[in-house]
Design a protein around this ligand. Structure first.
Ligand SMILES: Cc1ncc(COP(=O)(O)O)c(C=O)c1O
Length: 389
């Protein structure tokens, strides 16, 4: 028997490197640069949530806990979403995870086998491609275009469904597009999932960061009888808790139950004190959430107004999230060229749109969860650059 000599498994060797990470690394050489790169709130975790975490440590919530998450947290998450969706959700429908990131891992683990296909929006969060790759699956991108207000359309999905389609990942509100999917599109996606027998993995981490009259709808509320979904969510964005790494996935019991066994072999469980903090986030006052969302809305207005005044760059007004996806096609540069020129010559770090998929070419993602002064400085620098084009 011959044995192929190999040090690194092909999966790891060929893991798709994220251009977001590449840009972060490049930006490290420019410590003085203004950064519109990082996709997280600039607020600190609210005091009552931090206090609950500290209390958890003091009360010795420092041992292993249940794989699926502590029951009070799963019960609180279930109650919150039962109310929001107006459907029955119990603790058995909830799996607690290390951020939405691990929630995605679980959702894909229970639905996708090697060689099967997962439909994803293009542009979208680059970790979808990475996670699908890790499972030996095939990511099938569906273009989401500015002509259609950056809204994911169900009719574009039908043509890419094959007998290998195991799941679709949708992301509303969208990172990097700042758009919200229409209810009618979600209804059609639910119909397609039932007709062709695939699962809808719905990444809803920005579900509470919506502005004005944007109408966010969850896949879980389109039809009471529809249960071929896994909703991925997290405390990261809503409660300014990115570093706590607490997320969750909600779905039917047959899909959720195996996740606890999977967790046993991955991380066993999240720290109990982190889960106590998350419980306080749900059960405590929501005034901080309201204040943060209002603040993002004001910053959205500021960046929209400033970009409108600069030649060669334009953007749709984001309805949600803290991202703007700005069209720079008139500059005649690739998005990577534009992003590196802005960084190297004008001290401004942005993310090239191509980091989110082929359809992101010709765009820059601008994060506006930064101070208004930072938005103004960044836009001054974009204007200086635009004047040279
Ligand atoms: C669309 C989307 N999904 C998931 C995540 C991961 O979030 P978490 O911190 O909960 O792992 C992010 C973070 O940027 C995101 O933008």
């Amino acid at each position: 028997m011959t044995h192929e000599y190999r040090r690194i498994a092909p999966m790891a060797q060929t893991y798709p490197a994220s251009n977001i990470r590449k840009m972060f690394n490049l930006a490290l050489d420019y410590p003085e640069a203004v950064k519109l790169t990082v996709g997280e709130p600039d607020f600190n975790t609210p005091a009552h949530i931090k206090a609950a975490g500290i209390r958890g440590i003091e009360n010795n919530q420092t041992r292993y806990v249940a794989n699926a998450g502590i029951l009070p947290l799963r019960t609180a998450i279930a109650a919150k979403y039962a109310g929001r969706w107006n459907r029955e959700v119990t603790a058995n429908n909830v799996m607690v995870s290390f951020g939405a990131m691990e929630a995605l891992t679980f959702a894909l683990d229970v639905t996708v086998s090697p060689g099967e296909e997962v439909i994803i929006p293009d542009p979208s969060f680059p970790n979808y491609v990475g996670q699908i790759h890790r499972l030996g699956g095939v990511a099938v991108p569906v273009p989401v275009t500015e002509d259609n207000d950056f809204k994911f359309r169900a009719e574009d999905v039908r043509s890419v469904i094959t007998d290998k389609t195991a799941a679709i990942i949708i992301n509303s509100p969208s990172n990097p597009l700042g758009s919200v999917m229409d209810r009618a599109e979600l209804e059609t996606i639910a119909d397609l999932a039932e007709e062709f027998g695939f699962t809808v993995i719905s990444d809803e981490v920005y579900d509470q960061i919506t502005f004005d009259d944007a109408q966010f709808t969850s896949i879980a509320e389109v039809r009471p009888g529809f249960d071929r979904f896994l909703v991925v969510n997290s405390f990261s964005k809503t409660y300014a808790m990115t570093g706590w790494r607490c997320g969750f996935v909600i779905g039917s019991v047959d899909l959720i139950a195996p996740m606890a066994f999977l967790q046993e072999g991955i991380t066993s469980s999240l720290p109990g004190f982190v889960q106590e903090a998350a419980l306080a986030a749900i059960e405590g006052p929501q005034t901080d959430v309201d204040m943060m969302v209002q603040s993002y809305a004001q910053r959205r207005d500021l960046i929209t107004e400033r970009i409108a005044g600069i030649d060669g760059i334009s953007m749709l007004r984001p309805e949600a999230t803290f991202y703007a996806f700005a069209n720079i096609k008139d500059w005649g540069l690739t998005s990577w060229e534009a992003a590196t020129a802005l960084l190297e010559n004008h001290g401004l770090a942005t993310i090239p749109g191509s980091a989110f998929g082929a359809q992101g070419e010709g765009y820059l993602r601008l994060t506006f969860s930064v101070a208004p002064e930072t938005i103004n400085t960044a836009c001054d620098r974009i204007a200086d650059f635009a004047a040279t084009r």
